[in-house]
Write a protein that binds this ligand. Sequence first.
Ligand SMILES: NC(=O)c1ccc[n+]([C@@H]2O[C@H](COP(=O)([O-])OP(=O)(O)OC[C@H]3O[C@@H](n4cnc5c(N)ncnc54)[C@H](OP(=O)(O)O)[C@@H]3O)[C@@H](O)[C@H]2O)c1
Length: 297
Amino acid sequence: MAGATLAAGAGWPVVAGASEGREPQRKPIPSSGERIPVIGMGTWITFNVPEDPDALAVRTRILDTFIRRGGGMIDSSPMYGRAEAVVGHGLRELGHPEGLFAATKVWTRSTATGREQHKKSRELWGVDTLDLQQVHNLQNWEAHLETLRERRAAGELRYIGVTTSHGRRHDELERILQREDLDFVQLTYNILDREAEQRLLPLAREHGVAVIANRPFRRKALINQFQGHPLPDWAAEIECANWPQFLLKFIVSHPDVTCAIPATSVVAHMEENMGALYGPLPDAEMRSRMVAYVQDL
Ligand SMILES: NC(=O)c1ccc[n+]([C@@H]2O[C@H](COP(=O)([O-])OP(=O)(O)OC[C@H]3O[C@@H](n4cnc5c(N)ncnc54)[C@H](OP(=O)(O)O)[C@@H]3O)[C@@H](O)[C@H]2O)c1
């Protein structure tokens, strides 16, 4: 894991973390027991860049930082414009590093187009087997889940699931969790958006479904809201040096959350975010303190 190395002479900065010999925090996927790093990365907007050498080089450095710091899951979707192609470009540049957990989605009303998207995604990422494919925003989910199960049986896919965000369609998601045999569900969960704690996270635990938390920073709004305020002194007890780490550790310390997928277009931000993969996670008492602290800001 985290064995990615750059082509010799690339001259990119050496980063700390995995290379310091510390083990990243991991959690198991309930359906298999496979343990994955609790910090993944998103690609919406941040990786939808044109065929511009400078923009592509920055994304490759972000990917390299992510993998070298011990990251695993990269989340994308055909909905994200060029993001899958840009991820694929970066992975090729990096020599297809070990440790990648390739997670993408199917996003179309058409069942036939969904089949094509599965094939296209494998080509764009440059992988024979996708680790995870999810039905994006529950669109045409019944038909797509059938396709995904077929592809899983054919060995082209390892795990299947569905996604939502922004707290939308939680009732429907609840029914799907009760009825379908899924490996993963993706939903919005962060320190201010905690509705999922009521029913969806307990249901995911009951049915043995891994949970990916999207929008960990509410698309930067949380960082903008809190960054003018100091971190509490006790954040040092869980090795949080900045607000992004505080926000990410809150999310992934929920017992029913498997990983969070913050997105960034800045190498230094990726460095900060990956710091949340190391050191202790808050316990239930500290999680309550974290919520109380931000509510007063
Ligand atoms: N329905 C779905 O399936 C669904 C819906 C929403 C999201 N998602 C997935 O979840 C991922 C994450 O959600 P998101 O992209 O909406 O929002 P997010 O991860 O909550 O926030 C991304 C924003 O945070 C900023 N940021 C990241 N790290 C930072 C740092 N250390 N310091 C300061 N700013 C930082 C980024 O700006 P910079 O570029 O300046 O760093 C970016 O604007 C998506 O990319 C996507 O993969 C899935």
